[in-house]
Design a protein around this ligand. Structure first.
Ligand SMILES: [Fe+2]
Ligand SMILES: [Fe+2]
Length: 167
C-alpha cells in the first residue's frame, strides 16, 4: 500500500489528473447508481445526488476502490460515498478548483467561493452530523484533506486516504 508521505495532493501530476477528471467526468451508469443506492439511506442518497457530476463520479469511484478491498466495511464505503458532499456549495468547475487549491497552498487571500471550496470538508461534515451520521463518516468528511484525527483507526484512515488520492 502506498505510504502517507507519497499522497501529495499538490504534486503537478495529481493536480493535472484531478483537473482532467473533473473536466471530463462521466455520470454514473444505471448499475453504478443501483450500487450507490444499495449503500445509502434515503436522506444520504438525496445528498449524494445533489453533488455535481464530477463529485458523484469521484465519490463513487473512491467507494468502489474501498469496497474492492474491504467489501464488508460498509461504514468505510459510506464514508467514501459522502466525504465530498460539502464541495457542491462552492459551485466551482475544474479551473476554479485548481486555483483554489493553489491559492490555499501559497496562502493568498481567497474569495468566499474559494474559501467554501477549501473548507468543503468541515462544511460537509456538519451536514452529515446533522443527518445523524457519526464516527468515520463524519471524521473522514471533516479531515480528509488533513492528517488523521485522534480516535480513528490508522488502517481505516489509510485505505480511505489512498482511495481518495487514487480516484
Ligand atoms: Fe475533498
Ligand atoms: Fe475526495
Amino acid at each position: 500500500m502506498q505510504g502517507a508521505a507519497q499522497l501529495n495532493p499538490l504534486s503537478p501530476w495529481h493536480l493535472a489528473r484531478r483537473f482532467l477528471s473533473v473536466a471530463f467526468a462521466a455520470d454514473l451508469r444505471a448499475d453504478e447508481q443501483m450500487w450507490v443506492a444499495h449503500h445509502l439511506g434515503p436522506g444520504s442518497l438525496r445528498l449524494f445526488w445533489l453533488q455535481p457530476v464530477p463529485d458523484r463520479r469521484h465519490s463513487h469511484d473512491v467507494a468502489r476502490w474501498v469496497a474492492d478491498r474491504l467489501p464488508e466495511r460498509t461504514d468505510l464505503i459510506v464514508a467514501a460515498l459522502l466525504h465530498d458532499v460539502g464541495k457542491r456549495h462552492s459551485a466551482l468547475g475544474a479551473i476554479g478548483r485548481t486555483w483554489a487549491t493553489l491559492l490555499r497552498w501559497v496562502r493568498l487571500p481567497e474569495s468566499a467561493r474559494f474559501s467554501r471550496y477549501t473548507r468543503h470538508g468541515p462544511i460537509g461534515a456538519e451536514e452529515l452530523a446533522a443527518m445523524g451520521h457519526s464516527g468515520i463518516v463524519v471524521a473522514f468528511a471533516a479531515h480528509h484533506h488533513e492528517t488523521r484525527p485522534d480516535g480513528v483507526d490508522p488502517a481505516d484512515w489509510m485505505v480511505l486516504a489512498e482511495a481518495d488520492h487514487r480516484r
